[in-house]
Design a protein around this ligand. Structure first.
Ligand code: BG6
Length: 495
């Protein structure tokens, strides 16, 4: 496919995100011939550095983090000939002038007007000054060809998110702003839309008549690593639930869009956020659970508790685990509970959505040894395994009528994991082509904050939780088990 020439200007060009995600993604897009023939990547950071040194740093990052493994010298040379380093103090508008010169240089060279993508891969308190300085320095800002990518976190509460939206929207139009939630770029997450809306057998089942409850579970084995500074002020409700888990919920619960346009799809997602039953402060204890990890052993290695992590306050009450019970108040989902959970330092890393269907209305397979047949489940496994499995009951081959559970599986096993594009590849290509479907619109971000705020406020005020309350390498705190057990269910922990 032929795309317009494109210039990426990456603020935070020497940062972790650029090295781990953005550059490997651009490199793989390049290898698979998705990038336009004419493209330029301008990496920027505050300290001076030669082009050679910058490219050498990126080379080792790509070798370490690219899904396709080490880059060959020939491929890397071709790719890196498009990269330039430009130092700039991003808080100072006059430091943005060199970007204008570089843009002009490429424009002259290429003859076709390029798309320009400003990528804010920096700490959130720089987002505004970057936008303001692009404006002050009169860098290109044509609504048709200029885009700005904003990384997470988008605000730290409703007020700050509104404020950031207001400032960005005073400089850019909404259709120029690409707010990232990288979960939306994940292969299996994208497939949920196809699964739901390209098959006729799903829709009749996808509602309160057939679904008993839904679980959205994103467990992580890693701790907070070197991000103590950020995480201790954020907590997992902000870090994971406000964005990733609520977005997964939207894709599961949304009404069928009438077409696949970015705004139509995003309208249907916003509907879900608006339909979420607000949790009043009096109900928060019964509708949620939180936790913080203590030390433990993970795969033979001792790991410290959260309060002992670098840059975490020694008596911190920040939660590293959260579980919520939610209701979507509309016709489709009335009475169907949605359970969300996520946490750090848990027994296993897995992102899984499970839709459990209702029990059969009458059991004819009565046996002394077994209970009623197990309920059907649809298990959408996002990572590390990529699969969608429908769990059905079936007769065990043999002379007796015994039942067991079998899976009808659609998995990605036939192709190697490295064959699937990473979320950032999808999202960057969408930014190049100008497709906002998988990016967060202003009202989506705000609606998610609006729902989260009462919980956030309540948790911040009521900190008496006897933290730490779960051991590293466990499945989380007991109160999270109790949250779901009181409804007669349990968390599905895949082996
Ligand atoms: C990020 C969070 O947005 O998502 C991290 O800030 C988390 O805390 C990460 O570890 C998880 O992403 P993934 O793609 O590894 O599941």
């Amino acid at each position: 496919k032929k795309y317009d020439p494109t210039i990426f200007i990456i603020f935070g060009g020497t940062g972790d995100l650029t090295k781990r995600k953005i550059m490997p993604a651009l490199y793989n897009l390049f290898l698979d011939n998705w990038l336009p023939e004419e493209f330029a990547i301008i990496g920027t950071s505050s300290s001076k550095m030669s082009n050679e040194k910058y490219i050498a740093e990126l080379f080792s990052a790509v070798n370490e983090f690219s899904r396709t493994g080490k880059a060959t010298k020939a491929d890397w040379e071709k790719f890196s000939s498009h990269i330039t380093f430009q130092d700039a103090d991003i808080t100072n508008a006059s430091a943005f002038k060199p970007f204008g010169k570089l843009i002009d240089k490429y424009k002259k060279e290429w003859k076709t007007p390029p798309s320009i993508i400003y990528y804010c891969a920096v700490a959130p308190h720089f987002f505004c000054s970057i936008a303001e300085n692009i404006n002050k320095a009169k860098l290109d800002n044509d609504p048709k060809t200029t885009r700005i990518i904003i990384e997470k976190p988008f605000g730290s509460d409703l007020e700050s998110a509104k404020d950031l939206n207001k400032k960005l929207l005073s400089i850019f139009e909404e259709n120029q702003i690409y707010r990232i939630d990288h979960y939306l770029g994940k292969e299996v997450v994208q497939n949920i839309m196809a699964f739901r809306f390209a098959n006729s057998i799903m829709e009749p089942l996808w509602n309160r008549n057939h679904v008993e409850h839904v679980q959205i579970s994103v467990t992580e084995q890693i701790g907070i690593g070197s991000r103590g500074n950020y995480f201790d002020n954020a907590g997992i409700l902000r870090d994971m639930i406000q964005n990733h888990l609520l977005q997964l919920l939207c894709i599961i619960a949304m009404e069928p869009p009438t077409n696949f346009n970015a705004d139509e799809v995003r309208n249907r997602k916003v509907d879900v956020l608006k339909a979420l039953r607000r949790i009043e402060s009096g109900k928060i204890e019964t509708m949620s659970a939180r936790g913080q990890y203590s030390s433990g052993w993970i795969e033979g290695e001792e790991v410290v508790g959260y309060r002992e992590e670098e840059k975490v306050k020694p008596h911190s009450n920040t939660e590293t685990y959260a579980a919520l019970k939610l209701h979507v108040d509309n016709w489709r989902w009335q009475g169907v509970p949605f359970y969300l959970r996520t946490g750090k330092r848990l027994f296993k890393s897995a992102s899984i959505i499970t839709i459990q269907f209702k029990e059969i209305p009458h059991n004819i397979f009565v046996s002394e040894n077994t209970g009623p047949p197990k309920q059907n489940r649809l298990v959408i496994s996002i990572q590390p395994d990529m699969a969608i499995r429908l769990q059905l009951q079936s007769k065990v081959p043999g002379l007796e009528m015994n039942l067991n559970t079998v899976d009808m599986v659609f998995d990605y096993a036939g192709s190697k994991k490295t064959d699937s594009p990473e979320a950032y590849e999808t999202l960057l290509l969408d930014a190049i082509t100008g497709d906002q479907t998988l990016f967060m619109r202003a009202d989506q971000v705000e609606a998610a904050w609006e729902f989260i705020m009462p919980i956030l406020n309540y948790w911040e005020k009521n900190t008496d939780q006897n933290f730490p309350n779960y051991a590293a390498d466990s499945w989380g705190p007991e109160n999270a088990e109790a949250l779901i057990a009181k409804d007669g269910f349990h968390w599905f922990n895949l082996p």
